[in-house]
Design a protein around this ligand. Structure first.
Ligand SMILES: NC(=O)NCCC(=O)O
Ligand SMILES: [Zn+2]
Ligand SMILES: [Zn+2]
Length: 484
């Protein structure tokens, strides 16, 4: 059976043009004028864009003594409701646990997915077994990205020596290291000091994680990646200090990517000073929200190309879960939601305000990350042969964001009350219509794992360059003998 998306304007990362799009067997089979098929979707007045790819989500994540509340079913249902058609979650081995055993847990959880997905593998500890298993993860398991937490001391955090060893291994395997860049030692020490001074409310979370701890860690990770000869992807870049490090590195020719979150772009630190404890605690995430100067820096980075992708870090905890931290902000589970709202919020605050063009919107929500993850043009494209992961975007549809009608399983929404204009008319996941306006028609288990090959063009270019400029012994004749 074939489907034609008719009468819309195709918008990709580099082109805007009127055309129909024909789909069969889950892929795009034709693009052009006057196409016909068995079924027609009316795209009049709409933009036909690659579905969003969210490279940073945590579904049913074991974290801080609990699990994040959206699983692969509700999380991917929220994703498609907002026009996102692929998510990438993080497989987190326990300390001492085999990477392959951890992956089995993630394989089991993800059978519920309503849209396609992939995994990053986290390096949470280091020894010979991890070194060896990384090869299997890349060559046999279709994972070409490894995450390193520079924060969460005593839990997920790795030290510089472990990170350097892992980055070198990534270079050999043609993989891409990711970092959560915050100085975990400094954060832990500041947390202890704040608590000792009686500063135990959610605002203490923001005080303990100033932009400097993020800037320092970002600089450190960039230098370590450069010495290991590997590209680097910095997740949830939230502030000018971190953005500046990335911008400077890129100007010097280093292969570094930065990923701001929709939360950091549109919400600010005043959320932590609300008199309502629940309000502030619900917004506790790492790094915390920043002020307007940092937000302007992030928007500028998306415009200038020094920042590459907008993600959510969707890691949703209920109010009850957040209340574990009453009397001690360090126990508030870190994380916020955003999967359903990323595209509408970015469109409303980015495209409608003139901060981003429509093509830049597609680039930072889909195409750039597809290229970085080495799944372009299967994903992130409207091309013949690409997967039919498509959002038919209606710039005239509007709503006020509310937890009362969201897909996420939690009881609040950090964007509550924000008015968005620009929403999906249809979302298609590999050709299946999973959303039609406010009606969600997902099918649990429809989502498939997307395997990703190592050695992107950027990996290859960087290793060629590093080989060219590697230290070389100077051959000398007539070397004097010592003592003569
Ligand atoms: N970001 C956050 O606060 N929670 C999820 C885990 C992480 O990405 O650091
Ligand atoms: Zn993180
Ligand atoms: Zn995260």
């Amino acid at each position: 059976m074939s489907t034609v998306i008719k009468g819309g304007t195709v918008v990709t990362a580099d082109l805007t043009y009127k055309a129909d799009v024909k789909i069969e067997g889950g892929t795009i089979i034709a693009i052009g004028p006057d196409l016909s098929g068995d079924e027609t979707l009316d795209a009049t007045g709409c933009y036909v864009m690659p579905g969003g790819i969210d490279p940073h989500v945590h579904l049913e994540m074991p974290f801080m003594g609990t699990y994040s509340s959206d699983n692969f079913e509700s999380g991917t249902r929220a994703a498609v409701a907002g026009g996102t058609t692929m998510v990438v979650d993080f497989c987190l081995p326990d300390p001492g646990q085999s990477l392959l055993d951890a992956l089995k847990r993630w394989d089991n959880k993800s059978t519920l997915a309503n849209c396609d997905y992939s995994f990053h593998m986290a390096i949470t500890w280091w020894d010979k077994q991890v070194f060896e298993e990384m090869e299997t993860i890349v060559k046999d398991k279709g994972i070409n990205t490894f995450k390193h937490f520079m924060a969460y001391k005593g839990a997920l955090m790795v030290n510089d020596d472990e990170m350097y060893a892992s980055f070198q291994r990534c270079a050999e395997l043609g993989a891409l290291p990711l970092v959560h860049a915050e100085n975990g030692d400094v954060v832990a020490s500041m947390q202890a000091k704040l608590l000792a001074e009686g500063n135990d409310g959610p605002e203490g979370h923001a005080y303990s994680r100033p932009p400097e701890v993020e800037g320092e860690a970002t600089n450190r990770a960039i230098m370590i990646a450069d010495m290991a000869g590997v590209p680097l992807y910095v997740v949830h870049t939230s502030c000018e200090q971190s953005h500046e490090a990335i911008r400077r590195a890129r100007q010097k020719g280093m292969r570094v990517y930065g990923e701001p979150l929709i939360q950091h772009l549109t919400l600010d630190e005043s959320e932590y000073f609300d008199k309502d404890w629940d309000h502030s605690a619900r917004r506790v995430m790492s790094p915390p929200f920043r002020n307007k100067m940092h937000q302007d820096s992030l928007w500028a980075g998306l415009q200038a190309g020094s920042l590459s992708c907008v993600a959510t870090d969707h890691c949703a905890f209920t109010t009850d879960q957040k209340r574990t931290g009453i009397g001690d902000f360090t126990k508030i589970p870190n994380g916020t939601g955003g999967l359903e709202d990323r595209l509408p919020m970015l469109w409303t605050y980015g495209v409608a305000t003139g901060r981003l063009t429509m093509n830049e919107f597609v680039a930072v929500t889909s195409t750039n990350i597809a290229k970085i993850l080495n799944i372009y043009p299967k994903k992130g494209a409207i091309l013949v042969g690409s997967d039919a992961d498509i959002v038919v975007w209606d710039p005239a549809r509007e709503k006020t964001i509310s937890a009362s009608n969201q897909q996420s399983a939690i009881d609040y929404n950090v964007f509550e009350g924000k008015h968005v204009k620009g929403l999906p008319r249809f979302t298609l996941s590999r050709g299946k219509v999973v959303v039609e306006e406010a009606t969600v028609k997902t099918e649990e288990g429809h989502g498939k794992f997307v395997a990703r090959e190592p050695f992107t063009a950027v990996n290859k270019a960087l290793s060629t360059w590093k080989e060219l400029v590697a230290p070389r012994k100077v051959e000398r004749s007539g070397i004097p003998r010592s003592g003569v």
